[in-house]
Write a new protein. Sequence first.
Length: 432
Amino acid sequence: MSDNNDNIKKAAELLSQATPLLEKQHLLDYVGSFLMRADALLNACRQHGSPLYLFDQQALLDRAQQFCNAFKKFLSDFYVFYAVKSNNHPLVAKSLVDFGLGLDVSSGLELELALNCGCRNIIFSGPGKTEPELRFALENSVVTILMDSFTELERLEQVCRSLNYQVGAGVRLTTDEQELWRKFGIPLSDLEHFMNHVNRCRHVNLTGLQFHTSWNREPGPQVAFIKRLGQTLKKLPQKYFSAITFLDIGGGYWPSRGEWLQYSATPAGRLRQTIAPDPHPSTAHYKLDAQPIETFARQISEALKAHIFPVATCSIYAEPGRWLCDDAMHILLTVVDKKADDLVITDAGTNIIGWERFETDFAPVINLSRPSEIEHECLVLGSLCTPHDVWGYSYFGDRIEPGDVLLIPAQGAYTYSLRQEFIKPLANVVPL
Ligand SMILES: Cc1ncc(COP(=O)(O)O)c(C=O)c1O
């Protein structure tokens, strides 16, 4: 009985946490900014067919410039490595390499892509690197390996011994030692032990430290870890980290547009889904704010100056993915079937984004063929054999008819790289 009461109390608490609504005018301005470009977008569809991913190289390069400017204002010795996993189209990586960024890869496959782009500055991070992947990385002197565990250190030492190589490598530190996040890196409390272990290795030197926290809408988690790291380093004998030449502060910067959500992703919506799923999904849109990148840069730099630089002189590396590429790719679809005024089926499904993203995330569906800033309730669904194949619960437009071209804007991050050839063919990527 008391368990039930506790649960009811928790449910009431959840319901009292109102998630802020996405401001209507803000959304209309956003939709309007794409309607202004409708001709160019429709032209791409006429030329290349549907469905499509449209790559906006200028948006990508503008982002790269803004990111570098923000951090270089505070840090002179600062290097950016684009996280390839966030969008692994070669044009995206190549554009950023030509701009002057390095690449952050997490597998042999991504490493091959980075080398094919002509990248001369690569970091290789991630758990569970296989022996062939370690060998491949060692064969290319432009790659810095970030070790993920004690056993990976041993495997790296063995591979280096067999090749008679000497390498400098970094180690990833766990930022959250609980539950599933434990799979990444080593606990901070094991760092001294790890350094001792490296000292006994004849072929591997420790030259860097790395951490990464995901989905930061503000820099608090990164700042907090930098402080913990500084406190740990301060207690270690200087000889242990005099060879440390870089600290890699990872990625995880949320785009300043904020996180746009469907009702089902809010605490109240999640509860409602559990108790009594709603057959008519709500068309209210919600927004969790995110800080501008300049705020991340200032607060992270202040933390580095306060906690790291007094104990270790090192370069700073960052591995942004989502923040750089999210605005640089859009999706175009065509309506194939109209089954009712409030139910249409499109020519591509969630296979081209890899997961059932729009049941929880919100992105406006914009009817480029019948442009209007009026939002209509409508189930906009793909043709896959699952009802979870959802683009949205509404569209912006005058009406919607078969043959209409729909835009889902700003789908650059963690969509293209997660695509699946499931039932429908893969969509082409074309420059905008
Ligand atoms: C080690 C590491 N670095 C960088 C990134 C990129 O993160 P984001 O795209 O959120 O910037 C990830 C994402 O999972 C990661 O695991």
